[in-house]
Write a protein that binds this ligand. Structure first.
Ligand code: SF4
Length: 64
């Protein structure tokens, strides 16, 4: 699994960080980021919820 955020699409709603805080964070401007070392999803089942929660489909999940 590989998690990423399309920063050209993200509107900074913060839903990803609220939904799966072990994997996502927000930068100083509120845009979503993947926490360092967590791009593999860290085995967190909430990652899929974060994909659904993003209002602009900026959270991308690629299965290996
Ligand atoms: S939920 Fe989507 S729009 Fe909101 S901060 Fe995360 S990636 Fe950006």
């Amino acid at each position: 699994m590989r998690v990423s955020i399309d920063s050209s699409v993200c509107i900074g709603s913060g839903m990803c960080a609220l939904t799966a805080p072990s994997v996502f964070d927000q930068d100083d401007e509120g845009y979503g980021t993947v926490r360092p070392g967590r791009a593999d999803g860290a085995g967190d089942p909430l990652v899929k919820e974060a994909v659904r929660a993003c209002p602009v489909q900026a959270v991308r999940l690629d299965e290996d």
